[in-house]
Write a protein that binds this ligand. Structure first.
Ligand SMILES: NC(=O)C1=CN([C@@H]2O[C@H](COP(=O)(O)OP(=O)(O)OC[C@H]3O[C@@H](n4cnc5c(N)ncnc54)[C@H](OP(=O)(O)O)[C@@H]3O)[C@@H](O)[C@H]2O)[C@@H](O)CC1
Ligand SMILES: Nc1ncnc2c1ncn2[C@@H]1O[C@H](COP(=O)(O)OP(=O)(O)O)[C@@H](O)[C@H]1O
Ligand SMILES: [K+]
Length: 511
């Protein structure tokens, strides 16, 4: 499933009309019919529908929805916001079809003052005011109409996207509809995955409108959702006669004297995610503690300074030997020795190198070596770490997640796993996948360490992009399974996530 901006959607609409030959009015009929079907399935015919219609094609969809609902016997009232003369193109055509079917509309401005009194609590408001075509701040009279609708307690269903919300960005400093449900057309829009605009959408359902999938080849961008189907279809099963060497040799460099837990979580997650051999490199005094939690791992003791790792080049070279992947960072602390270690690994390690947590802070100094590295490099920043890497604020990162992840991946030739709700995986090629699993139960120290261990295990034996996206999927999916059992998200711990990985992984049953 693709994720598009308003401009991309308009260009695909135009290609469908002009090159494929499917008229816009047919797309609008498909859109309106699909939405009316969903409304009837969800709310039934007994509820009253109040449809509020704007001047563009989103309003045109509204006329089709109104006609189909009326044809089906539902009680529907239709209010238009602009002067009648403003309608043009497909919206004008469908307004005429609505009227010639014997149905009537009223001007919003004529009923504005009586509007709240006309509604029962059970009535549904359908928002067909503005769609992907808005530009700039919402102007009057739309701003006032949106404000009045938002004051009501009724259920609001938006067509395509909540009116006023931009499709491709989180730039929102004006009034926008706060929908309970959005029936989005054909593909989800970028703003649904951004922290600031997502809450406006409510629950989202996709309504196909008949655009042929091969029109997508005209889009330069490659953004898509990595869901259950993608995980299952890309998964490479272990061979029945596999030996442990086939399942990947994974190295985890983690844990300082004060933070042994990070190494235990990452190591344990790697083992549970199917790594054939997991070796944890840490300070000597941590080994008994960590080993009591991760019995299956092997241990390498690195030299240390004041309780922080400070390995020699010889120790690093020996550790790298034979490994398909190495993750470095969890619980290490920011020391000059860490920067040296990261620089050494970037230059000499030929497998997949995963940089997380404290190791990310070395990247600013190591930028040129990262660019020169030919083996794959993965970075797993949360928004704060990403902000540090690009010298921007966290709010900038959250508003521009797609652009930030994509441009860093392209500039440095790395795979960026930008964490947070709807974690993004950006490839050096510019291709982006978005995760839809996970919940606030993951917002706890240690969840990131678990993900790092999972990533290290999966990249050691699967192709890199599916491995990253699927690791993120399973991490969130385990949290979702737990949320269903526990209901209280606050009680979910990173250790619980590790315990629930077998249940999460069962969707790619090896039998
Ligand atoms: N055939 C197709 O293409 C299909 C498109 N489809 C549907 O069309 C939608 C996109 O349609 P669109 O491009 O007409 O834009 P849309 O959002 O309805 O309204 C734009 C109008 O709003 C106004 N306006 C603009 N900015 C404003 C502002 N800041 N503040 C206030 N008003 C503002 C401006 O009107 P004006 O002021 O010029 O009268 C402008 O003309 C899309 O979301 C989907 O629902 C589907 O039916 C499938 C087939
Ligand atoms: N509200 C949320 N919804 C979904 N996933 C979340 C949420 N909050 C945190 N996460 C996930 O939890 C993990 C937290 O990682 P991170 O911030 O690095 O934590 P830490 O380093 O403390 O272990 C990330 O994978 C992130 O995507
Ligand atoms: K809308």
């Amino acid at each position: 499933m693709r994720i598009v901006t308003g401009e991309e959607m308009a260009s695909i609409d135009a290609i469908t009309m002009n090159k494929v030959g499917l008229p816009g009015a047919v797309l609008m009929e498909n859109a309106g019919r699909g939405i009316a079907r969903k409304l009837l399935d969800h709310y039934g015919r007994k509820r009253r529908f109040f449809i509020v219609i704007g001047s563009g094609n989103n309003g045109g969809d509204g006329f089709v929805v109104a006609r189909v609902l009326k044809d089906e016997g539902a009680e529907v009232q239709v209010f238009i916001v602009p002067e009648e003369s403003r309608y043009k193109g497909d919206a004008k055509l469908h307004k005429r079809v609505f009227e010639q079917s014997g149905y009537r509309w009223k001007y919003w401005k004529d009923i504005e003052s009586q509007w709240p009194a006309m509604l029962y609590e059970t009535d549904i408001i359908v928002d067909a005011l503005l769609g992907t075509g808005i530009s700039g701040q919402v102007k009057e009279p739309y701003a006032s109409v949106i404000a009045s609708i938002n004051k009501l307690k009724n259920e609001i269903v938006s067509i395509d996207l909540p009116s006023g919300v931009p499709a491709g960005s989180a730039e929102l400093n004006h009034e926008a509809i706060k929908a309970d449900r959005t029936l989005t057309l054909q593909w989800t829009k970028v703003s649904y995955y951004l922290e600031e605009t997502k809450p406006y959408y409510g629950e989202v359902d996709v309504v196909p409108i008949g655009i042929p999938p091969n029109t997508l080849r005209h889009l330069a961008s490659q953004r898509y959702i990595w869901g259950k189907n993608e995980v299952v279809n890309s998964w490479v099963m272990s061979k029945p006669n596999a030996h442990k060497g086939d399942n990947g040799r994974v190295g985890i460099i983690a844990g300082s004297e004060a933070m042994p837990g990070a190494a235990a979580l990452a190591g344990s997650a790697a083992v549970r995610s199917g790594a054939g051999f997991t070796t944890i490199a840490t300070v000597a005094q941590n080994v008994p503690v960590i080993a009591s939690h991760v019995k299956e791992a092997m241990y390498t003791i690195f030299s240390e300074k004041h309780g922080y790792l400070a390995p020699t080049e010889t120790e690093l070279a020996a550790f790298m030997d034979n490994k398909q992947s190495i993750a470095v960072g969890p619980g290490l602390g920011r020391t000059p020795a860490l920067t040296k270690m990261v620089a050494y690994l970037l230059v000499h390690f030929k497998g997949v190198l995963i940089l997380d947590a404290d190791a990310l802070h070395c990247l600013k100094e190591c930028g040129p070596i990262v660019q020169e590295r030919t083996a794959p490099t993965v970075i797993t920043p949360h928004p704060g770490e990403m902000a540090m890497l690009i010298d921007q604020s966290v709010s900038y990162v959250n508003k521009n997640r797609f652009e930030v992840a994509e441009s860093y991946a392209e500039q440095y030739g790395v795979y960026v796993v930008l964490k947070g709700p709807n974690t993004i995986v950006a490839e050096p090629s510019g291709c982006i996948s978005v995760n839809v699993t996970g919940n606030a139960g993951l917002a706890k120290g240690g969840s990131g360490d678990v993900l790092t261990g999972m990533v290290a295990a999966l990249v050691a034996r699967q192709r890199i992009q599916p491995a990253l996206s699927s690791a993120v999927f399973f991490h969130g999916y385990a949290a979702d399974l737990l949320a269903k059992q526990r209901h209280v998200l606050a009680t979910i711990t990173p250790s619980d996530i590790i315990e629930h990985l077998p249940e999460a992984f069962s969707i790619v049953d090896d039998d």
